[in-house]
Design a protein around this ligand. Structure first.
Ligand code: AMP
Ligand code: MN
Ligand code: MN
Ligand code: MN
Length: 288
């Protein structure tokens, strides 16, 4: 039986719907063998996920999805196989959470001006961990009847150029990659097709990303079309980057991103798990 990998998922430690334990159980039921928990700017769920995974025979890859500002755009860098205790990573993520808290107040202030009062308290009511995300503002906007649904909340209030949008001051690309590497992990550019960069900009980004130590490109992903996957796999192969596969699961309410349901990485692109499988094999040879 081939091994099923899902190397990008969220729990309610950030903006997912399930506890780390529930997430791991759901992944197991969906046939996932190797799951990475990659909450936004926080590794707080890793310990719980690890225990749940051990109990049900899934391999848990400790991870994180770091928010980055690059050339005015927000990018996401997934860190895989990170040590959550590593001080450089922990301090970096804490700084980003500080920015999130400031930004939340600013979002609420702008929404109030746009005729939506009480957004900060409203969004906070949905927060279960330390991360205050735009997803929580979307949940508030839906519940308070200002919008028809989650997507509508982003379209009308929370997206770039909408009244509740606050430009980011997230980590620099080099910083995010350095924190991940200092924690022993591998940096992967998440959902590359979603940024809608021109081919030239994407090449520029990948040049900088590899130069500072980035290793992977998320080739198969919940929000990629078949065409995106082929295009990104070709790009990864050309650039000597490993291909990664992750659903970006947030919960059952986002049906386009289900756990473990991903297209195969094309054969000409080497999957990132070869990196740690080769290492594990070498270690087991050394021990035997
Ligand atoms: P934040 O990191 O707080 O700015 O929030 C970003 C999160 O909001 C992403 O990780 C998604 O989960 C969600 N999100 C962003 N854009 C959209 C969108 N257009 N529709 C639905 N969810 C979105
Ligand atoms: Mn999210
Ligand atoms: Mn993302
Ligand atoms: Mn994600």
């Amino acid at each position: 039986m081939p091994i099923t990998y899902d190397l990008h998922s969220h729990s309610l430690v950030s903006d997912g719907a399930l506890t780390p334990t529930e997430l791991v159980h759901r992944a197991g039921a969906a046939g996932v063998d190797v799951l990475a928990l990659t909450d936004h700017d926080d590794t707080d769920g890793v310990g719980e996920a690890w225990e749940a995974a051990e109990a049900c025979g899934i391999a848990l890859v400790p991870g994180v999805e770091v928010s980055v500002t690059w050339g005015g755009a927000t990018l996401h860098i997934v860190g895989l196989a990170v040590d959550p205790e590593a001080p450089e990573l922990a301090a970096g993520l804490e700084r980003l959470r500080g920015f999130r808290d400031w930004r939340a107040g600013e979002i609420a202030r702008r929404l109030e001006k746009a005729g939506v009062p009480g957004a900060l308290e409203g969004a906070k009511a949905f927060v279960r961990g330390r991360i205050l995300s735009r997803t929580h503002f979307a949940q508030f906007l839906v519940e308070a009847g200002h919008v028809d649904g989650h997507k509508d909340a982003f379209k009308r209030y929370l997206r770039h150029n909408r009244p509740g949008f606050v430009p980011g001051q997230w980590a620099a690309l080099e910083e995010a990659v350095a924190w991940i590497r200092a924690a022993g992990g591998h940096a992967v550019l998440a959902h590359p097709a979603r940024y809608r960069l021109t081919a030239t900009k994407l090449r520029e980004l990948l040049g900088q990303f590899t130069e500072c130590g980035g290793e992977g490109l998320e080739v198969a992903c919940g929000s990629h079309s078949r065409d995106d996957t082929l295009r990104m796999a070709r790009l990864a192969a050309d650039r000597g980057l490993w291909g990664s596969a992750g659903s970006d699961y947030h919960g059952p309410d986002r049906p386009w991103a289900q756990l473990g349901r991903l297209p195969a990485i094309p054969g000409y692109c080497r999957p990132i798990w070869e990196l740690w499988e080769a290492r594990a094999e070498a270690e087991s040879r050394r021990c035997s």
